[in-house]
Design a protein around this ligand. Structure first.
Ligand SMILES: NC(=O)c1ccc[n+]([C@@H]2O[C@H](COP(=O)([O-])OP(=O)(O)OC[C@H]3O[C@@H](n4cnc5c(N)ncnc54)[C@H](O)[C@@H]3O)[C@@H](O)[C@H]2O)c1
Length: 398
């Protein structure tokens, strides 16, 4: 049985990863460490924390004693670090906490894992570790900076690599807004306090791999979407506002491009990298699901309007008249400072080495996501109102 220490799993992607792993593996132990910031919500993992295979620890990844205590009590095989301050807008307002959590927190986890996994030294003085252990840092494509947008409208992508074509081509509608993509060789060039803190964390992880020969992997993924996404991020915010007939704020001219990845596809990638990734390697996760923000907003409006018309039972979640759900809701607001123009990942490495591919087409994924939000309005209300804080007290402070 493998034991995973998963940090930040009360947040969006970590929670989806834990759900995916518990479904996929019967024989598994997961210790969740999460400090429950505004972005962490126990309601997101309420079934999982009642599962015998899961232990939830509330605490900070920077707390050395606490992390050591987890390692003393559990035979941790894999540490998967999702915990982070993750919202670019918040990093522009208050950069310091991003540096503290994302950089120092990562270094603390690495250091404790190093001490607990180390067996001794080789003749060269390098550390040697227990077999089969690994630290996986969940990073972001934003560390690579910004790509140019070469086409006003998306064009069909012609893949040159035969191997990737076999893995990816038949499964998704491949399109792009530019000629260049982020590969694992693209130099790090972060622009925002958030991406700089994540890039710094990646460099610390690589430093531990070089200097202490730590068994590590880094995954860098594109923008995720799917269930349990905190309602201040683009897609859940747009859904929430559409349902109440509120204006939909879109930065600048809305033409910035992101490469959208369905969160379960990301969870699958992390599982593959933890179990089969070559030690010391970086894997980019994402691919060929590029879209402009404005088109995401329009598609979300169209999809909600269609569902409401075709399945009127859903209209009970509307706090506005159905006739108000149209493009008039869109309102362009002052652009984000230093707004990166385009992110796009080339997933050749993970596709050819590990057989991963972005399985979920955007049109399918966005409808699944919208339906999830329509069916889980209680979750949205709870997260938005802070009721989950009460839930925590009820669960853990009696
Ligand atoms: N969301 C995306 O589209 C995206 C894309 C690329 C990479 N990532 C990376 O994936 C990871 C997870 O992202 P997410 O969107 O799920 O984030 P999130 O903000 O939804 O969740 C972060 C979680 O970390 C916890 N946390 C924050 N600070 C902590 C601390 N000091 N100690 C312990 N726990 C702490 C929070 O309580 C929360 O549960 C992050 O590292 C992020 O940089 C996210």
């Amino acid at each position: 049985m493998k034991t995973y220490l998963v940090t930040g799993a009360a947040g969006f992607i970590g929670a989806n990863f834990v759900k995916y792993m518990l479904k996929k593996y019967q024989d598994i132990k997961i210790v969740i460490l999460d400090s429950l910031t505004y972005a962490g919500n126990l309601g997101t993992i309420k079934e999982e924390i009642n599962d015998d295979r899961v232990e939830f620890v509330k605490g900070d990844i920077k707390n050395r004693e606490l992390v050591e205590n987890i390692f003393y009590r559990h035979n941790v095989d894999y540490l998967v670090n999702f915990a982070a301050e993750s919202h670019v807008d918040r990093s522009i307002e208050n950069p310091q906490i991003f540096l503290e959590t994302n950089i120092l927190g990562t270094q603390n986890l690495l250091d404790v894992a190093k001490v607990h996994w180390m067996l001794g030294k080789d003749e060269g003085g390098y550390l040697i570790y227990k077999d089969g252990v690994k630290y996986l840092q969940v990073s972001t494509d934003e560390v690579y900076g910004s790509l140019s947008k070469d086409y006003e409208e998306a064009i069909d992508l012609l893949l040159e690599d035969e191997e990737v074509k076999q893995v990816v081509k038949d499964r998704v509608n491949l399109k792009t807004y530019g000629d260049n993509f982020f590969t694992e060789e693209t130099p790090i060039d972060p622009r925002s306090p958030y991406s700089s803190s994540k890039a710094s964390a990646d460099m610390i992880v690589m430093a531990y791999a070089e200097t202490y020969k730590m068994p590590i992997n880094i995954t860098r993924c594109s923008n995720n979407y799917g269930p349990y996404h905190f309602p201040e991020k683009l897609i859940p915010l747009i859904i929430k506002n559409i349902l109440s007939g509120k204006k939909l704020p879109v930065y600048g001219d809305g033409k910035n491009v992101r490469d959208w990845l369905y969160v379960e596809d990301h969870a699958k990638a992390i599982d593959m990298v933890v179990n089969n990734g070559r030690l010391g390697e970086v894997y980019n996760v994402g691919g060929f699901n590029e879209e402009q923000n404005i088109n995401i907003v329009k598609l979300t409006i169209d999809t909600i309007a269609k569902i409401m018309k075709e399945e009127p039972e859903y209209q009970k979640v509307l706090k506005t008249d159905l006739s108000n759900i149209n493009y008039d809701l869109i309102t362009f607001v002052k652009d984000r400072l230093g707004h990166d123009m385009r992110y796009a990942i080339d997933p050749t490495k993970i596709a050819t080495e590990l057989g991963w591919y972005p399985e979920t087409n955007f049109e399918v994924g966005i409808e699944k996501t919208i339906r999830w939000y329509l069916d889980n309005q209680d979750w949205v209300e709870e997260v938005a109102s802070g009721d989950y804080q009460k839930y925590y007290k009820q669960m853990y402070e009696n």
